[in-house]
Design a protein around this ligand. Structure first.
Ligand code: SF4
Ligand code: F3S
Ligand code: FES
Length: 235
């Protein structure tokens, strides 16, 4: 396949040396089907070994290479050069503290995730074989099982940018996955947590989260279902 020129314009920041972030450009040659992650690897391996970014699976599964590419949150391993222009901007996802270059501190995000009790709660003694669930009941939360905790949604949400205490769409997606699981008994507790002033009602239905999700989860819809469930249970 024929190679073409591309420029990666990357926002760099090294807290040990820099007072503020700055842009640096790198010229590379790429095949159209190369992914932005391939380009970043090329820069790191052959041009500037100090460039820092997270990546692992390279197949859209681990969620570690979320970044802002041409102004939109995406996974670098899922975006091809042929789908973007010749000059491509790459920045860290917004709203979380930058540790270095494209690496942000995920701890505040994970704190919100842990807050919604993202695990099955059921103290009933387990049946001899398994806890059965009908296909119809399983379908109620199928979409939200696909979340890989990449943070593309939460860090594209203006409500989160405005107030970092907002629990954020990713945590609500994770709560949804258990609230609508017929085998789980922790829905009331989770809904109580999400009814806080920094919980679901801080969502203004802006839809950036849904647009940003690399797993095509209907994030805003999941949030609306949680809001409805909260109101329904209060009636
Ligand atoms: Fe990432 Fe989508 Fe999960 Fe949000 S809902 S963390 S965008 S996979
Ligand atoms: Fe934010 Fe998504 Fe709601 S972008 S405001 S969480 S619909
Ligand atoms: Fe794992 Fe991109 S490197 S999702």
């Amino acid at each position: 396949m024929e190679k073409s020129k591309a420029t990666l314009k990357i926002k760099r920041f090294n807290p040990e040396k820099d007072n503020a972030p700055h842009w640096e450009s790198y010229q590379i040659e790429v095949e159209p089907t190369d992914r932005i992650l391939d380009g970043l690897n090329y820069v790191k391996w052959y041009q500037d070994g100090t460039l820092s970014f997270r990546r692992s699976c390279a197949h859209g599964i681990c969620g570690s290479d979320a970044m802002r590419i041409d102004g939109r949150n995406r996974l670098a391993c899922k975006i091809l050069f042929k789908d973007l222009g010749e000059v491509i901007t790459v920045e860290p996802i917004a709203g979380l503290p930058v540790i270095k270059d494209l690496i942000v501190d995920m701890e505040p995000f994970m704190e919100h995730y842990r807050a919604v009790l993202p695990y099955l709660i059921n103290d009933d003694p387990p049946p001899p074989d398994e806890r059965y669930q009908s296909p119809a009941d399983r379908a109620k939360f199928d979409d939200t099982t696909k979340c890989i905790l990449c943070a593309c949604c939460t860090t594209s949400c203006p409500s989160f940018w405005a107030k970092e205490e907002y629990i954020g769409p990713a945590a609500i997606v994770q709560a949804h996955r258990f609230i609508f699981d017929s085998r789980d008994h922790g829905a009331a507790e989770r809904l109580d947590i999400l009814s806080d002033s920094d919980g679901v009602w801080r969502c203004r239905t802006i839809f950036n989260c849904t647009d940003a999700c690399p797993r095509s989860i209907e994030v805003t819809r999941a949030i609306s279902e949680v809001k409805r469930e909260m109101l329904f249970r209060k009636m």
